[in-house]
Design a protein around this ligand. Sequence first.
Ligand code: PMV
Length: 353
Amino acid sequence: MKKNYFFYSNKKCFIDHNGIVSSKSHSNLALIKYWGKHNHKIQIPLNSSISYSLGKVYTVTRLIYKRKKKKNSSIKIFFSGKEKTSFLPKILEFFHRISFYCSYLRDFNFIIETYNTFPHSSGIASSASSMSALALCVMKIEKKLVSSLKKDLFLKKASFLARLGSGSACRSIYSGLVVWGCHPSIKGSNNLYAIPYPYEVHSIFTKIANTILIIDDEPKKILSSKGHQLMNNHPYARERFKCANKNMNRLISILKIGDFQEFGELIEHEALTLHAMIMTSRPYFLWMKPNTLNVIHTVWDFRKHSNKNIYFTLDAGANVHLLYPIQEKTSIIKWIYSDLFSYCKKIIESFCY
Ligand code: PMV
């Protein structure tokens, strides 16, 4: 599908009043990580990725649109009730990129009111849920203009727009397992928007427990956009992309047969590979903190002695996501609070679905 498919070209319809739209979008957790992009402005990934939606971890956004009286545009953003001018550059860039596909946006001034159920910029993908919620709000305005807009196109375009705000945001449009980026084994997968995972999934993977250990709640010093850029001249980039593609093939069969141990080993390998890329880029940097390593080693020891299926993954930050079968939640969560709590600032109990 070409990007032109998403142009808004209905010049006859317009909204002559003010209004409000709102949306909610869940964060997502990548099992196979997207790391590196072809073109920084249009966010084309260098490898395909797959994620789960995160329960309880979401952004709610209200977009208030007011018809412009003068030519100049204005956008204001309020985060948890307070005006947040530091978010403006990213939002302005997002509106600039998408107004090419949603020309009606140029007729309005906007007020964005948003809040998260989790700390922003701390390694839980807040840009994913926030950009996805905003893209859904924009599409709700488009739906007011084009009432015949079908749900399928609504969601595809929302994912396409969200991608222009933050790559992984395109996966937050859908719940469940979601794929973004062209992969030869996944029908319909493409670089422009995400799709729901199209194949059979064993019942053990329809909902799994996710406990998020907040080890560091400060905003990251090195943003993921910088890390993506460093993949362009990275000495191990080619091998990384090959490995991600192979891991996707392995994951397709793991998801089908329901092998949690294989699943866990694959996601831990993905997480450590992502961090290895970060540690070996130029300039190099480190997102893990001492307590990230303390958690990983404690989980490995526990797994060895208990034979429990508990595995970790990491995103672009120090925080740890623990994944385990939902059926084992009662005993495992008890162990987490007794043996891991001292390493964390906060524990968020969530689930992947
Ligand atoms: O969407 P971005 O640009 O914030 O990049 C996200 C990168 C990872 O979270 C590390 C991996 C992923 O696929 O979500």
